[in-house]
Design a protein. Structure first.
Length: 575
């Protein structure tokens, strides 16, 4: 019987190993055949399947072919250089670009006879590719690090057990199901799945609220919003952009073939048998691909007690009094990301008892709350806030929550509900509490209806908490303190100012956030100003007379208490 390895071509390097007595001809033929069958470079294969030292192979290759040899472990990899070559080429040829000089790209390679690798790399990057010999085993480790966890070293603390426990509901739907499955199968053979899983895990562990996946012409970046501040976390190769977006869209059950219009979806990530995390996903076409933003929906935040949200004692008393009223309207106002949803959900949890019928209309529903009837607003299908409110009022409600009052129809129905024995909670986008009343008048609500329906307005912001482990005392001149809004009485009483430092337990000197509130009850005197057509300035003056702190004053109280810094209050509030 003919030897199956007889016709196998033995590479030039294999011949040199035979000449130096490190391989027999029979072993060389067998190993060459196996390497070809498994589509693995010859040197890579023998370094793992035969007892030959990788250093010996590199020394022989360097001597015989006159090429320089390098200890690749002494080289600091440049992610920008690695990005120049497609990772499929790197994996296919076991060749890693390590640095560039002018128009020459130097490529670490264990087999100098692999001219095809250099030719394909040269064709892709448009530069001359020159080989530098390295040890095969060391190169394997660096290739895995270079393209598998590129710029994600901070996530290496997650174990394989953690990664394996992750489970996603990611089946495609309808006509895109087969395409979704195909992309998912391909992704399983690349670092894409593991990279995204690590990003999601790190986001959860670090208290991130939003994850941004952003493609640009020559780069790609991943950013986290932590404690309200965006920071760059990773910069994967730009050629991964399409696969990253495809993977995220498969996980979100979105149409992966549609790249021209925004889409909304959700990901449910099961991190253990008893714990799951929801992500709200939005895609938006940009000049160089789809930007995808994930909002982490933490159900635990909806169950926070009112005592830890940051309300002062008098503010908490006003809120609880309004919640305990059988009717009226509670409005929460502030910009996106100011914590309005948490304040509303905290109130709903207080009200959520078996003897109350509670319904909410949200766009979209972010967190599922057991015992509360939640409705997704879908304007394209006719399910608007107004339509949902009309339906609620026919279902014997006690408490109604409207995600946002955007138009006159929704506002009129909400006011009517508050006037007819229902407690209504909602939000508006205004800068402070007095401006909310003016906003309702501008929408078209009669002044009498505003005065008779609105019972409480909460304006809020979120400020970063100083890290209790590393914050340090700072000194600021008295004249500056007075300019910043502190009173002479506060200065005379004495207080300690703290500033951020930064340690291993925090994020640049801050850890977590605290609410800053203006809680404005609508008193009889305030109603008289509303009925007389008073401006927001008139209402603000009346609020000061009644001892209601504005947002700035509430923030300075947090500074005096050592909870946050003056710098942070200046960032989130202004006079």
């Amino acid at each position: 019987m003919a030897n199956p390895n007889q016709n196998v071509h033995i590479s030039g390097l294999a011949k040199q190993l035979i000449n130096h007595g490190l391989l027999s001809e029979e072993d060389a033929s067998k190993l060459s055949a196996a390497a070809i069958k498994e589509n693995i470079p010859f040197v890579t294969y023998i370094s793992t399947h035969h007892d030959i030292n990788s250093l010996d192979i590199a020394i022989i290759a360097s001597t015989e072919f006159g090429l320089p040899m390098l200890d690749i472990n002494a080289v600091e990899l440049d992610p920008e250089v690695i990005k120049l070559v497609d990772e499929k080429l790197i994996t296919k040829h076991h060749a890693l670009p390590i640095f560039k000089r002018g128009n020459r790209l130097f490529v670490a390679i264990p087999d100098p006879t692999n001219l095809l690798a250099l030719d394909e790399i040269k064709f892709q990057v448009g530069s001359n590719a020159e080989a530098i010999l390295v040890e095969a085993d060391k190169l394997s480790a660096l290739i895995e690090k270079g393209i598998g966890d590129n710029n994600a070293d901070a996530m290496s603390e997650f174990s394989d057990d953690e990664m394996n426990e992750l489970n996603f509901d990611e089946e495609g739907e309808g006509e895109n199901k087969d395409e979704a499955n195909n992309i998912n199968t391909d992704a399983d053979d690349t670092p894409i799945v593991r990279f995204i899983n690590k990003i999601l895990l790190q986001a959860i562990h670090s208290g991130t609220s939003d994850i941004h996946f952003e493609p640009y012409e020559k780069s790609y970046r991943v950013r986290f919003r932590r404690d309200g501040i965006l920071e760059e976390i990773a910069t994967p190769p730009v050629n991964m952009a399409t696969r990253l977006s495809a993977r995220l869209k498969v996980m979100s059950r979105l149409d992966i073939s549609e790249r021209r219009v925004p889409q909304d979806g959700r990901i449910k990530m099961r991190i253990s048998k008893t714990k799951s995390i929801d992500f709200r996903v939005n895609t938006c076409p940009t000049l160089f691909g789809e930007k995808i933003v994930l909002r982490i929906l933490d159900s635990d935040s909806a169950k926070l007690g009112i005592d830890i949200l940051g309300y002062e004692d008098d503010q908490k008393a006003h809120y609880m009094k309004a919640l305990n009223s059988p009717y009226g309207m509670i409005l929460v106002t502030g910009p996106t990301g100011s914590g309005k949803t948490v304040s509303l959900y905290t109130g709903l949890n207080i009200l959520n008892t078996p003897d109350r019928n509670i319904s909410t209309a949200e766009d979209p529903v972010e967190i599922n709350l057991a015992g509360i009837n939640q409705v997704n607003v879908i304007p394209k299908q006719g399910m608007t806030f107004a339509a949902a409110l009309k339906a609620f009022l026919r279902q014997d409600p006690d408490v109604v929550m409207v995600g946002e009052i955007r138009d006159i129809e929704t506002a009129e129905i909400a006011v009517k509900a508050a006037q007819t024995g229902h407690l209504v909670l909602s939000t508006l986008h205004t800068n402070d509490a007095p401006q909310t009343l003016t906003r309702l008048a501008n929408i078209g609500i009669p002044l009498f209806n505003i005065a008779s329906s609105v019972s409480l307005i909460i304006a809020q912001r979120l400020g970063r908490r100083l890290c209790s482990n590393c914050k340090e005392e700072i000194q600021i001149p008295e004249s500056i303190l007075l300019e910043e809004g502190f009173t002479q009485a506060h200065i005379d009483e004495g207080f300690t100012l703290y500033g951020p430092v930064g340690c291993e337990n925090c994020n640049n000197g801050y850890k977590g956030r605290v609410g800053i509130y203006q809680v404005l009850p609508i008193t009889e005197d305030m109603k008289q100003i509303i009925m007389a057509g008073g401006t927001s300035l008139d209402m603000a003056k009346q609020a000061q007379k009644e001892g209601i702190s504005n947002l700035r004053q509430s923030g300075l109280k947090k500074v005096r208490d050592g909870i946050t810094s003056l710098e942070e209050i200046n960032r989130v509030t202004k006079d």
